[in-house]
Each structure stands twice: as structure tokens, then as C-alpha cells.
Design a protein around this ligand. Sequence first.
Ligand code: PAF
Length: 295
Amino acid sequence: MSQTTTATAPLVTGTFAGLSTRLDDERRAGRTVGVVLTMGALHEGHASLIGRAAAACDVVAVSVFVNPTQFADPSDLTNYPRTLDADVALAAAAGAHVVFAPPVNEVYPEWPTPPATTVTVRALVDRWEGVARPGHFDGVATVVTKLLSAAGRCRTYFGEKDFQQLAVVRRVARDLSLPVEVVGCPTVREHDGLAMSSRNVRLSPVERTAAVSLSRALGTGADALAAGAGTAGVEAAMAAVVAEEPLVDLDYAVLVDAAELEPADAAAPGPLRLLIAARVGQVRLIDNLDPRASR
Ligand code: PAF
């Protein structure tokens, strides 16, 4: 890393031109660029991604854009928290130098008419979260393509918490030859194991307690795998943990291959992942775990 960049107030820009010009200037000056894409409502999980980017790159840009094309439910979009001032402060404290916070018409000039061109990742988007949220990953893939194209050559940091999103972004970057290195970062957890998420604030105290069963179920699934259980046994072990919590309505608890997220054989030699999704009250939560790590 160069020593020339200091932690002053970040440049806040709302235009693609403002973002590209600044990052092109930085690269011309020989500095490396790290990018963290967000929808705002930043929490410690985002701070950790920004911190990772700041530790490895000379200049860090953070986008804050509540992307309307990835919401299936219009009320979800309306109610999504918008906290730009706090987001800029948190991003700066975590090491960001540039905050890109565009209005919707900068990203989608014809909005509320959606763009005619969208990005779809075949197969990968039809599973798991793609079933529960039709069209969601097309919206994610499209906006990520636009944002990373404007950012240019960079490393971009995504949380493993949204494991399917990370797989989609890796695919987009590879298939469209984007000049980016996608870096997956470990999930940041609360003291009791609950994965950090902007949605957690919507849980009541009893729901918050019940929600810990998701990470507990993942641990139990990993133990079952280590003890020699097959795929069905691993998935049943996870489901049994969640079944003990009446406030938690399980959607899926599955063992998949870590690249394409297809149902996997427990004996498969390649990287595996446990995925879980459930509704806790009105809030849909997801989590995942590498079952072979640290066991
Ligand atoms: O993970 C998110 O916050 C969003 O899906 C992303 C990647 C910023 C795209 O809008």
C-alpha cells in the first residue's frame, strides 16, 4: 500500500462519472482500488468488509444504493432503511475514501421503467434464494455489473453471509470478463453466533433469541457430517434443531457443493457448504457454513 492516502472525509459522489474519474485518477497515480458494494444501513459486517479492503488496497470506494430491481416486494423497497449520513460516517471510520451514493435515475435513467438490458446467471439463480425471491438475483447481477463496470479495475469484497450472491457475483465477473478480483470474506457474527444482517433489527427480543437456532443448526449439520452422516442425515440433523423453535419456520437446510450450489453427496471430495433459510416472525434470515472448516 502507498502511504499517500490519508483518512480524511471521503469524497461523496452521486454520478458514475464522478466515481470513474476519481478511481481512474487513483489508478493512474499507481494506487490500487478496493470496492465494497452496499445498500446502506451499514453495520459491523460492512465495516469489516471495508476494513479488509482498506488493509489490502490503497483507495477504497463504497457504494450505497438501495437497488430497486432486486426487490420482489414493493413495500420491502419502500421500508428499506436509508441512513446515508450515518453510512458515510461508518464507511469513513472503517477506511473508505470515496462513497458513491447515486440517485435511482443515475443507475436506471428510465426508472420506474426497468432497464431493457439485464444480467442473468443461468441455473445458479433458480435455486434456494432464487426460488423464494424470483428475479432477485437478476437485479443483483445487473446492478453489480453496472457498479463494477464504473469502478473499473479493482478488488471487490463481498460477505460470505450471502453465499449465493457471492457465487452469482463470481460467475458474473468471470463470464463477463470484468477486470475485478472478487474476494469472499467470512461472516461476522454476534456473540451468540447469529450472523450479522441489516434485518436483525426487525426481530423482536424473543424472535432474536429463536434466530440463533439457524447458526446452531449449521454447527449440528457440520458435526453430523464429521461423524459420517450422509446428506439426508446431515440435513435432518439441521432441520431437527430448527424444529425445536416454534417461532422459526424453516424454508431449507441443505448440503450443497460450494461452487454451483447444487445438492451434494456428503462424501464428495470437493468444497461443500451448508445453507439454511428460515422465516422468523416476519423476517427472512439466511446463513451458511463451510462444514469442513475447523472440524
Ligand atoms: O448485498 C447487497 O447489499 C446487495 O445485494 C448489493 C450487492 C449491494 C447489490 O445491490
